[in-house]
Design a binder for this molecule. Structure first.
Ligand code: FMN
Length: 223
């Protein structure tokens, strides 16, 4: 048994992986655990496509060819959330030794998303197009269970919305069925312990910034 609290606290996003392959049984154990996630009416809406070995290389090459030929910006966040991305960028790029005003350095580092940060295994997480936000909650619960199951086995992860930037390349390479929408990618493998960014503890808000507990009629919602 793993100490759950320790496990949750030990996870952080990994942005440089070792090429070491993941033992198949560890991957299968984590996948079987994630399969226990709850979902609306038990529809189990997650669809995950995993690549390893030659198929990861092929996907990496196809994405990087497109990135070089036709670079695209990450999907923008709504204005009221943009400061979070700026702050995170300062922390992540700062830990890589890239200065705030080094646009070229940041662009190169950002492109590492499409190389899966060197990960040997890549997941593309999808959901049926006809489903909605409530069902995406089930996919999120699946993803967190999978990530923690992998973390417990010493396998690092990075969830990647960036992989939605070139959906047509991924759809073509993996032959994703038309009825599925790509939600995000997941890079997985062993973390490079020498890379400082892999030890970055990104600060999280205090609970009361996100949660309101209402009991008496005087209790009001937090902004
Ligand atoms: C839905 C989602 C999409 C994300 N997309 C990316 C991404 O495209 N590239 C990246 O480097 N990190 C990505 N991340 C990782 C977040 O930046 C990270 O979870 C956040 O900064 C908190 O850091 P932590 O995971 O180390 O706690 C994503 C995480 C989630 C949950």
């Amino acid at each position: 048994m793993f100490d759950f609290e320790k496990l949750v606290r030990s996870r952080c996003s990994i942005r440089r992986f070792l090429p070491t392959p993941i033992p198949r049984e560890h991957l299968e154990e984590a996948l079987a655990l994630a399969q226990l996630a709850p979902s609306n009416s038990n529809i189990q809406p997650w669809r995950l496509f995993l690549t390893e070995g030659e198929r990861t290389e092929r996907l990496r090459e196809a994405l990087m060819a497109e990135v070089r030929a036709h670079p695209r910006e990450l999907a923008p966040l709504p204005a009221s959330f943009r400061a979070y991305r700026r702050e995170l960028g300062a922390m992540v790029y700062g830990s890589m030794g890239i200065a705030r005003d080094d646009e070229a350095g940041r662009a190169v580092a950002s492109q590492r998303n499409y190389e899966f940060f060197g990960a040997p295994v890549v997941g593309i997480l999808c959901m049926h197009r006809d489903l909605g936000l409530t069902d995406a909650v089930g996919v999120g619960m699946y993803l967190q269970t999978l990530v923690l199951g992998l973390t417990a086995r010493g396998i690092g992860t990075c969830v990647q919305a960036a992989l939605k930037t070139y959906p047509e390349v991924i759809r073509r390479e993996i032959a994703i069925p038309e009825e599925l929408e790509i939600l995000c990618g997941l890079s997985l493998g062993y973390a490079d312990p020498e890379f400082p960014t892999n030890h970055l503890k990104v600060p999280k808000q205090p609970v009361d910034k996100n949660v309101s507990i209402l009991r008496t009629s005087q209790d009001t919602l937090r902004p």
